[in-house]
Design a protein around this ligand. Structure first.
Ligand SMILES: [Zn+2]
Length: 359
């Protein structure tokens, strides 16, 4: 199912984009923000298809507010056909004027933006609207950001730039100010569960659990399986993580051993940090909004730990995980970063260092 029809639960962004399109007032640059897995890229591609679909003609765009019926409402059903030459090329990522830029390694580098600048000096090959989609725009290094800024300052004709990022704050303010920001919310658990039941033939219980664990991220929901659950259960054995602050500190050696084991499964580190964040978030919010936790299958454990642990302790542990994730993005030493995180999760902080017991 191509186009906007495939977008689940993003009514507001979709309505806004369709409105801008129908009114002929799409800006030169859009910035899509929201957590991973909320269909920002799929929406960008749906918009590229709509802008270039051969079956959409001007009669569908001009009559906004002036149509035969005089109705001022936006035609919500407008969408690309999904079958014309242009739609098919975009769907298969073979359209010469729909350019996707992704990080090469951890970063979007200056060379990638320079080569984009060069191609933008030419006219589009065949598209009505050339669309440039920059995924993970927050990974642009300063040189790449500045080169992109030049494009945004003098946008080429018939070209729409779509930047995709987790949050606007991660980008230069000069870039943000030249884009219209469109926020994508986490997808509702019920919508994800419905999709898993219909498309993946899951039982209602399993779909409900996986949807809750996904935290509103569609792509995360699709990655959850028995192996994922086993990895979560192992991660949650991290020293200090299930401990309330009324219990004794775990030993330093235990924390370091945990970090070492995690270092060895390098490919699982990003997922592991995500699981830790979600777990600590659950513990923090449980007393206030218990129905919003993700790990719904571990509710009794969450209740008990949350009841017996200070909020400040949980927040500082969450900080430790967020800091580790940030440092790893910046390519710092994996082992050292995970050791520091494990020690902080274990309850050893800068001020509490004298409490360390080496055994
Ligand atoms: Zn089409």
């Amino acid at each position: 199912m191509p186009g906007f029809k495939s977008i689940i639960d993003q009514k507001q962004p979709v309505l806004l984009l369709k409105t801008l399109f129908i009114k002929g007032s799409l800006p030169h640059a859009l910035l899509f923000t929201g957590i991973d897995g909320v269909q920002k890229l799929s929406t960008a591609i749906a918009l590229a298809m709509l802008c270039n679909c051969e079956k959409i003609n001007s009669s569908q765009t001009i009559p906004f507010g002036l149509g035969k019926t005089g109705a001022k409402e936006v035609r919500l059903d407008i969408d690309s056909c999904g079958t014309c030459r242009s739609c098919r090329k975009i769907q298969s990522d073979n359209h010469p004027d729909i350019i996707q830029i992704k990080p090469s390694g951890n970063l979007i580098k200056i060379d990638q933006i320079r080569s984009l600048c060069n191609s933008l000096t030419l006219k589009p090959y065949e598209a009505d609207t050339r669309v440039i989609i920059i995924s993970n725009a927050q990974t642009m290094n300063p040189e790449a950001s500045n080169a992109l800024l030049k494009i945004l300052e003098e946008p080429p004709d018939k070209t729409l730039l779509i930047l995709i990022a987790l949050q606007a704050l991660d980008l230069l303010t000069t870039i943000i100010s030249r884009c219209q920001q469109i926020r994508f919310n986490p997808i509702q658990a019920s919508s994800i569960a419905k999709h898993l039941i219909q498309e993946k033939k899951m039982t209602q219980d399993k779909a409900g659990l996986y949807a809750a664990l996904s935290g509103g991220s569609f792509s995360r929901a699709l990655k959850i399986n028995e192996k994922w659950l086993r990895q979560r259960d192992w991660i949650l054995t991290a020293p200090g993580l299930n401990r309330s602050n009324r219990q004794a500190l775990p030993s330093v050696l235990k924390c370091l051993a945990f970090a070492e084991k995690l270092t060895k499964s390098k490919a699982l580190v990003p997922l592991s940090l995500e699981i830790l964040q979600t777990w600590l978030r659950d513990l923090i919010i449980f007393p206030y909004i218990p129905d919003k936790i993700n790990n719904i299958d571990l509710i009794d454990q969450i209740d008990q730990i949350s009841r017996n642990t200070e909020r400040a302790t949980l927040l500082s542990k969450l900080d430790a995980v967020l800091e580790a994730a940030k440092n790893l993005q910046a390519n710092t030493n994996l082992k050292l970063t995970l050791e520091i995180m494990a020690l902080k999760l274990g309850g050893f902080s800068g001020t509490g260092i004298q409490e360390m017991e080496i055994n």
